[in-house]
Design a protein around this ligand. Structure first.
Ligand code: 5GP
Ligand code: MN
Length: 334
C-alpha cells in the first residue's frame, strides 16, 4: 500500500487525531495544520491542533486559528491532548526537535501512531507513515496531493482551500521560487474554482503592516544593511534593544530577509535577530548559492537549499562575526 492510502487508513481507524507543526509558525505550518483540520472535521473526526508557540498576528485571520492550543501558553492542555491522541500528524517538520525542547518530549513519548507530511531535507525516522517530498514547494501542496491521491478533493471548500492556498503562497514567496511547478499553479487554479478568494489571502498576509513594522524594516535596511559585494552576500542584524524601540511584535521581521535577497547582484541574504537572549538567523539564497549546509554546520539549524534557519546562543556581535568568518567556505569557488 502506498503512503497516501496508509495515512487514509490510519485516519479511518483513529478516534482522536492531533495535528502538530514546528516552532515559530509560518504560513505553511498554520495553513497545512488548519487546512487538514477542516478536512478531517468534515469527515466527522475528532481533531485538535497543538503547536509549540502562538501564531504571529499576521496569521490570526486564518479560519480555525482559534482552535490551536499552543504549548507556550497552554502547556497543561497541550500535554493532555498529546497524551490521549491515537494519531498525530507531524506537518511541515522533519525531526522532533523542530517542535522545541518542551513539546518534543511529549511528542516522542506519545504512544499515538505518527504521520509525517513534509518537504524538508533529511526526514528523521519517527513516523509510521511518511509523505516526504523535498521537491514540493510547501507542505500545503503535499496535503492537497494527499487529498487528491485518496480521491477526496470534492471535500475541499473555500475554508480549507484558503488555508492550503496560504501555505503555498507564503512558502513560494507568492509563486516565485524555483520550487513552484505547473502542478503548484494547477492547485491554485483548482482552489480558486472551489471558491478561494486568492486576493483576500494575499491582502491578509501582505497588506496589514503596522507603522512600527514598516519603520523597523526601513531602519534595518537603511541603517543595518551590510553588503559584501565581492562575494555577493548581504546581511542585517537587529538587537533586542532595536526591536524594542519599534515595539516589535512577533512576525514583524517576516520576509525582510527576502527583501535583502532582492538586491541586485546579491545571491545570499542573512538576517540576524536577537530575541530572548538568543540570536535567530534566517538564510536565503538564489542561483548557485545554497544555505542549508552553512546553517547546519555553524548555526545549529538547517532547512532547504535556498531557505534555511538557525540559532545561536552567542552574542549578536559574535554570531555575526562567526558568520562573516565562515560564509566564505559555503560559496561556490569562482
Ligand atoms: P525562516 O528563516 O523563515 O525562519 O526559516 C526558513 C526555513 O529554514 C524554514 O522553512 C525551515 O525549513 C528552516 N529553519 C528555520 N529555523 C530552523 C532551525 O532552527 N532549525 C532547522 N533545522 N531548520 C530551520
Ligand atoms: Mn513549509
Amino acid at each position: 500500500m502506498d503512503s497516501s492510502q496508509k495515512i487514509k487508513e490510519f485516519v479511518d481507524q483513529a478516534q482522536s487525531i492531533v495535528i502538530t507543526s514546528h516552532k515559530s509558525p509560518d504560513g505553511d505550518s498554520i495553513g497545512s495544520s488548519l487546512g487538514l483540520y477542516h478536512i478531517l472535521k468534515k469527515w466527522g473526526k475528532q481533531v485538535q491542533v497543538v503547536h509549540p508557540d502562538p501564531a504571529p498576528e499576521f496569521l490570526h485571520w486564518v479560519p480555525g486559528q482559534e482552535v490551536i492550543v499552543d504549548f507556550e501558553t497552554k502547556a497543561e492542555q497541550a500535554v493532555s491532548i498529546l497524551q490521549t491522541a491515537d494519531l498525530i500528524f507531524c506537518l511541515d517538520y522533519n525531526e522532533p526537535s523542530r517542535v522545541g525542547d518542551v513539546m518534543q518530549e511529549y511528542l516522542v513519548a506519545s504512544n499515538a501512531g505518527k504521520v509525517m507530511i513534509d518537504h524538508h531535507l533529511h526526514p528523521a525516522d519517527f513516523c509510521q507513515a511518511v509523505i516526504s517530498e523535498t521537491s514540493a514547494c510547501s507542505t500545503c501542496e503535499l496535503v492537497y496531493k494527499w487529498i487528491e491521491d485518496i480521491d477526496r478533493l470534492e471535500d475541499l471548500d473555500e475554508t480549507s482551500g484558503a488555508c492550503i492556498y496560504l501555505g503555498i503562497m507564503t512558502d513560494t514567496g507568492s509563486f516565485r521560487f524555483p520550487s513552484v511547478s505547473a502542478y503548484t499553479h494547477e492547485i491554485a487554479a483548482d482552489l480558486i474554482r472551489r471558491g478561494v478568494k486568492h486576493y483576500l489571502v494575499h491582502e491578509a498576509v501582505y497588506d496589514t503592516n503596522t507603522v512600527d513594522r514598516i519603520k523597523l524594516r526601513g531602519y534595518a535596511l537603511s541603517e543595518k544593511l551590510v553588503c559584501l559585494n565581492d562575494i555577493h552576500v548581504a546581511y542585517a542584524s537587529l538587537s533586542e534593544e532595536e526591536l524594542k524601540k519599534y515595539n516589535y511584535q512577533k512576525g514583524d521581521t517576516e520576509g525582510l530577509v527576502n527583501q535583502i535577497l532582492g538586491i541586485q547582484g546579491i545571491k545570499m541574504a542573512v538576517l540576524f535577530v536577537e530575541k530572548d537572549g538568543k540570536v535567530k538567523i534566517s538564510f536565503r539564497a538564489k542561483g548557485d548559492y545554497f544555505v542549508n549546509e552553512l546553517a547546519k554546520t555553524h548555526f545549529d539549524g538547517g532547512g532547504h537549499a535556498y531557505a534555511s534557519g538557525g540559532v545561536s546562543t552567542e552574542s549578536l556581535e559574535k554570531t555575526v562575526g562567526k558568520f562573516v568568518t565562515f560564509v566564505k567556505d559555503f560559496i561556490p569557488k569562482a
